[in-house]
Design a protein around this ligand. Structure first.
Ligand code: NAD
Length: 336
């Protein structure tokens, strides 16, 4: 099997490596023999997600903050690629505490770039989000060139700030970056999001499910392993050089899932056909909410990569995995 990053990178530094996506990245890289350092402050990540790798010769875990510049600098040295996933992912909480997105996302990304510059690391993979498009993607699918980018959440503002610093560092200091604006990434180790919420609400009250918002929400969902595959594919196949040392790619599926269909699928998977669905609220379920997110992934498709599963398939698979893991009482399943 082809190694996901090929042979041009051997020592990979994964920020947010104990999180949902990060722990899947770690699983794959460690299994393929890369030297991996997961750097995570465990603010949202879980030690159990990376527990299977502790003690392996090609894996190291550092429990620390990317805002701790001295430690970050010490630990990042000697790596040849940074897979930067650490960020505050509590989007709802951003309205009450926007400084967290300024610090953990924009400030944290600045630190990562600065630590890379000082230690001579040239290449970065970065997880941005379709949330940067704000209202632009409410009704029409948007491409990477859509603008102006006027975010409606502190989370998205932090990502735009991150993208901006990444671009500046690449142009100033001979670095290269692949920036990905994800749709919703789903899988078995999710710790938040609509699938996670519906399952937990239905467990607490099997007779009914309250959907916040106006019931017209629709977004793009894709599986965590496809997200990782798309990022790695771009790293292997799209070179960043000359006048274009960094670039942006929307990543997800060409399809979307509607919130009422997600609720129906989860009822079915949980064997609760009689659970009554109620809708309560207005267009935005919370300040900063983006009820409808449409991104076009045409650019990646034309370049040669596309997700295998549709959005609805991804939702159903993720719900099954989450239910199975919760039933088994473990979150460290390799296919999580
Ligand atoms: P996650 O919360 O599980 O992972 C983020 C990890 O970063 C956590 O383990 C957390 O402990 C860690 N972290 C946060 N602040 C840190 C800090 N200051 N220092 C060190 N570690 C810190 O979320 P995820 O879903 O795995 O997301 C990974 C990345 O992908 C994030 O940057 C997120 O914004 C981005 N993203 C995710 C999705 C999605 O649908 N899951 C969509 C778009 C973008």
């Amino acid at each position: 099997m082809e190694k996901i990053l090929g042979d041009s990178a051997r020592k990979i530094f994964v920020t947010g490596g104990a999180g949902f996506i990060g722990s899947h990245v770690v699983d794959l890289l460690v299994a393929q023999g890369y030297q991996v350092c997961a750097y995570d402050n465990l603010s949202n990540g879980r030690r159990e997600f990376i527990a299977p790798h502790l003690g392996k010769p090609n894996f190291k875990f550092v429990e620390a903050d990317i805002l701790d510049m001295d430690l970050l600098l010490e630990k990042i040295k000697g790596h040849d690629l940074v897979w930067h996933l650490a960020a505050n992912t509590d989007i709802i909480g951003g309205a009450a505490n926007p400084r967290r997105d300024l610090n953990d996302c924009a400030g944290g990304t600045f630190n990562v770039m600065e630590a890379m510059r000082i230690s001579g690391i040239k290449r970065l993979l970065f997880s941005s989000t379709g949330a940067v498009y704000g209202e632009l993607c409410h009704d029409t699918p948007v491409s990477e060139s859509a603008g102006p980018l006027l975010p409606v959440s502190a989370y998205a503002a932090g990502k735009i700030g991150s993208e901006a610093f990444i671009s500046a560092f690449c142009h100033l200091y001979g670095m290269q970056a692949w920036i990905f604006r994800f749709g919703n990434v789903v899988g078995g180790r999710m710790t938040h999001g609509v699938i996670y919420d519906f399952i937990h609400k239905l467990k607490a009250n099997p007779s009914g499910l309250l959907i916040k918002g106006d019931g017209r929400q629709e977004k793009n969902y894709f599986l965590v392993e496809e997200c990782i595959d798309g990022m790695a594919w771009a790293f292997r196949n799209i070179s960043m050089e000359g006048d274009k040392p960094c670039d942006i790619f929307n990543l997800g599926t060409t399809t979307i899932s509607k919130v009422l269909d997600i609720a129906a699928m989860i009822k079915e998977e949980m064997g609760l056909p009689g659970a009554e669905i109620r809708i309560e609220g207005t267009k935005r379920a919370w300040p900063g909410d983006q009820p409808r997110v449409h991104i076009t992934v045409e650019r990646m498709r034309k370049l040669g990569w596309e997700a295998r599963h549709t959005s609805d398939e991804a939702v159903r698979i993720a719900a099954r995995r989450l239910l199975k893991l919760e039933q088994a009482g473990t979150a460290s399943n390799q296919n999580g």
